[in-house]
Each structure stands twice: as C-alpha cells, then as structure tokens.
Design a protein around this ligand. Sequence first.
Ligand SMILES: Cc1cc2nc3c(=O)[nH]c(=O)nc-3n(C[C@H](O)[C@H](O)[C@H](O)COP(=O)(O)OP(=O)(O)OC[C@H]3O[C@@H](n4cnc5c(N)ncnc54)[C@H](O)[C@@H]3O)c2cc1C
Ligand code: SF4
Length: 596
Amino acid sequence: MTLVKIPPPREQDVDLSRTYDAVVVGSGAAGGMAAHVLTSQGMQVLMLEAGKKIDINQELRSMEWPYDHPRRGEFPPGNHAIRFNEYTVRQPPYAKGSAFKHVFSYVGGWGGSDYVKNILVDEKDHPYTGTHYAWVRARLLGGKTNIWGRLALRLSDYDFKGKSHDGYGEDWPISYSDIEPYYDKVDLYLGISGHKENLRHLPDSLFQRPNKLTAAEVMLRKSFAQMGRVVTPYRAGVTTDGVKNKYRSKCFGRGACGRRPGGCDIHAAFDSPTGLIYPAMDTGNLTLRTNSIAHEVLVDPNTGKARGVSFVDSQNRRTYEAKAKVVILAASTLESARLLLLSKSRQYPNGIGNSSGHVGHNFCEHVMGPGVTGLVKELVGKPATLDDGKPGGFYVPRFRNLQDRQSGFIRGYGFEGGGGFSIFPGNAWDTPGFGGQFKKSVREHAGAFIGMGGFGEVLARYENYMDLDPEVKDSWGIPVLRFHYQFSDNEKKMCEDMATAGREMFEAAGIEVVGVDKNILTEGWSIHELGTARMGRDPKTSVLNQFQQSHDVKNLFVVDGSSHVSASCQNPTWTIMALAWRSCEHLADEFKRGNL
Ligand SMILES: Cc1cc2nc3c(=O)[nH]c(=O)nc-3n(C[C@H](O)[C@H](O)[C@H](O)COP(=O)(O)OP(=O)(O)OC[C@H]3O[C@@H](n4cnc5c(N)ncnc54)[C@H](O)[C@@H]3O)c2cc1C
Ligand code: SF4
C-alpha cells in the first residue's frame, strides 16, 4: 500500500500594517481549534506561535526501529532530561548551573529522547522559579499535541457540577448539555476511537472503531465488571476509520505513538497542525507567524479594549505589534496566565482581565504516581502476539465518590494501563540470571504482565497559584513564572487509595501482584495544567464568562485549559477543544453583530 503524504499548505504573507479580525496566540489544541472555527466563519485570523515550524515527520521518525538509531533513541551527548529526584530535591530553575549544554523536562528521558530534542523547550532558555514543579512545554507549531498521549475523554456533570455534588469549590458556569454538541463536533471532525460503556460519569463519544483489548486486559475487564467497575479500550484521539482531511491517514496500528512520547508521522493521532491549522489555512483566511513570542496584550487607552499583541521575534529578537479587533489567548494554561499578568497598563495595573485578582490562582491538574503491576500466570509461555500495535491500552473510569462517599478524600481518579507483549520486554530489567536461561525466561513471561497507574483530581484552591518572578527572565528578557503550588492532604489520601484499590482489584482478578508503587510524582508530572483564569458567573471570583470571554475586556478571550473551573480526573484536551469550539462560535456571532 502506498501512503500519500500531503505537504503543508503554502503560507500567506504576514502583513503587520493590517488590522486582522482576530489574533490567536498559540497553535496547540486550543489555538488550532480557535483558528479552525473562526476561519470557517469567514474571519481573517493571524496566528502567532512562539515556536518554530519543523519537519515533524522527520523528527518523529515513527517507523524507525530502535536498532536503526545509533543510540537506540537516546539523546546525543551534552543533552540531559531532568530526573524525578532532581525535581523533588532541587529548587527551580532546574537547569541553572547545569554542566549540560541542553536540559529538557523529564519527558526527554522517556522511551527515546532523541525524538523530542527539537520539540521540548530547552530549560536553559525557559527557566521558572518557586516551588517544585515538573513543567513540560513544547514550543513549536502544534505545541504539545505533537507528542500528546492521545487519551481523549469527556467530562460529565459530576465534574461540571462538582460543588453541587460534594460542596467543594465552584460549579462551572456550564452543564454537560451545553458542551455535549461541541464534544460531538470535535469527535466527528477529528475522529476518536473507543467503545461505548453508557456511564453517566464518563459520557461516550461518537466513536470510530475501538482498539482491541489484549488477553490480559480482557481478563481484567471481566473481573472488574463483577465489581461494577469498567475496563474500556483506550479512548484515543486517533482516527481509526478515517476523517475527511487530506493531511491525515487513518490508524495503521503501528503502535509507534506509544513507544516514545507520542507522535504519529501519518497523523492518524490528532495533532493541531494537520487536524486543524492546515485545513484552516486552506480556507485562505488564516495567516501564520511562527517564531513570534507574545509578551503583552495591547490596550486601546480610550476604550480599554484589546487592540492587538506585542511580540518578540525569537530569531532576530526585534519587537513587533500585531493589530486585531479581537485577541484570543491560547498559549496553554500557564503561558496564557503569564501573558495576562505581563499585560500591565494604566487601565489594568494588575494585568489585563485581572480585576478579580484570580489570574494565576485556582491552579489545578492531576496527581499521579501510584499504580500496580501484575503477572497473569495463565499467559506465561504463550506464543507472542502483536499487542502494542495500537495507540493505547485501557482506561479504568473513576469509581470513587460517585454514589458512595469515601472517608479521607473527595472527588476521584481513573487508571491508565496496558498489558501484553510490547516491542521491548520491560520484564527483562527485573529478570535475574544470564545467558540462554535468562532469555528463555524473559521470552516466556514477556506477554504476561499488566500494569496501571492512577490519575487523580487535584482540587482547585486559591492558595495554589503562580505569579511573575520579580527578577528572573527568560532568554528573550521576559519575566518568568514563579510557582506557589503544592498537593494537599486530599491528593495524598487519594493516592493512598489508588495503591490500595489497585492491588485489591488485581488480586480479585486472580492476577499475581508483583509491584505496587505508592510514591507520588512531582507536581506537574501529569502535564494537565488547568484553572489559572477560571470561568464563572461572578466577575469578583472568576476571570472569564462561560464563553471564555474576559469579564473585564469584552474583545479578549482565553480559550485554553486556564478557563477550567476544576480539573476532574479525566484528561483535558478533548474538553479544551470542545469548549474552544463553543466559545469561538459565540465569538464569531458577536463579532458579526458588532458586539465586540
Ligand atoms: C507527553 C504528553 C502526553 C500527554 N498526554 C495527554 C493525553 O493522553 N490526554 C490529554 O488530554 N492530554 C494529554 N497531554 C496534554 C495535552 O497535550 C494538552 O492538554 C494540550 O496540548 C493543551 O493544548 P494547548 O493549546 O492549551 O497547549 P499547547 O499544546 O501546549 O499549545 C500552546 C502553544 O502556544 C505556544 N505559546 C506559548 N507561549 C506563547 C507565547 N507567549 N506566544 C506565542 N505562542 C506561545 C506554544 O509554543 C505552543 O505551541 C499530554 C501532553 C504531553 C506533553
Ligand atoms: S498506532 Fe495509529 S496513531 Fe499510533 S503511530 Fe501507529 S498509526 Fe499512528
């Protein structure tokens, strides 16, 4: 079979003398979706992306075998990925004083770092300060969507109405019924693979063909069902049946996206450039400027409205202005908050859109670390099967604090996991012996292991926040973020329960437990940052309204995860895109009516 790869569309010339209808800052999931919706409504959009545009297929090299790489995928000398102990023992900025030429976040050390050295930011250029935090950033066209893990989940009213359910925090200003049509649109436009389960707390998507569970995973599914719990095939933001998009192929089940930190060079897995930005460019309404680091939202002193964005060219280091009638921030949760705080003016002395003082606060994400590994004895010695030729393993939806009330913690967690054969038999590391006997033992056991790790909701708390460091600046002279953020007792108790429940469930399934991890990973590890400019009905306690529109500045929108009111325990990207779609449809209507 010949695979046709379509090159990116030709780019339009950037005209900075012109006032665009909208300027979008950032080209990840949120910025890409804003560009898609606004250009399809006929608006003229300029997108500013801080990072470069690279040949991503060449970077990911999804078909490369480990033995075809000179270092089996490892970094070249002089590069370093920050390790768990460095994050927890040292204080940020973690790259300060490092003898390595380039320093990357922990993701650089995960299963083949040579493939992400041009995708992740070099921590030396991009420092941050404050409390311990593992901040993973990807500065390039498409942002983190180039390497995301693809787990694509919906939130439910257990999440949107969390306060009504258990009294904690704030309800979102929307319900599931408000966002459901937009989840549907995202599913249909981008493609999602999964299996219907009819759960109120994890609504089904409009799924394409699901990936098959492996033998070990099927065993777990059957056993969990007896406990009223669910093991469902990984709900992947991957098109398995194909979508109408010439830049993307349907999934060939090569599993390459799971062997390294994400990435699919035929773009069956969603990424923002091929899924959203290139089709938007094909409308003729999108102009893209990469290497453009936005550092201030500009304000019209007469009206108080946003009039554009000031940015630094990352290559020539000159400052420019992009003029627009509407400004849309989509630089990711933490970078958008940074940009709001950086945009100080006479009208907005605490940063634009920050009359509430909530920008940077209520930060939330997912806590992870605890998990369980088991051995399915019935599978030892069975012939090898192709188990990892798919974009993910399985997902166990939340089962705590739904109808029940747990003692010790509120809210819940889910598990991500996988079992069966994989390209490299991880059990080789822990198998004793050497020679022929060692190899035999590794081979016999290779497909018999199964494991899963929890992702739990971190409660949004005003005290968890970030502000601008008064002294430290990045390589372009822009003040950096300073973290004031720690897990609370609720997260710690939840993690204890993850480890206990994980063990119990494996034992109930007749799986021999060979390892239980109880350690909590450093704050930030989940790469699911949320909540720094939350939505709400009350402008005194929230930054944005239900359409991600600033309460203070009506032509300013923030369409990324910073708007989320609580983290839930489901991965956020599908919700980020559904919300952005809803808000940008509203934005385009208001724009046409002359209300912005
Ligand atoms: C390894 C990995 C695994 C993941 N797995 C999952 C998963 O399984 N499921 C899930 O839901 N999510 C997952 N995520 C998270 C997911 O990638 C993010 O939720 C999603 O990309 C957020 O989209 P965004 O547009 O807000 O931010 P990003 O994708 O980070 O995009 C933001 C863009 O803005 C640009 N930018 C930043 N600052 C500026 C500035 N000042 N000026 C101009 N441009 C700027 C950046 O360069 C970037 O391109 C994962 C992430 C990683 C890295
Ligand atoms: S399994 Fe599918 S999504 Fe993953 S790399 Fe292969 S083709 Fe792409």
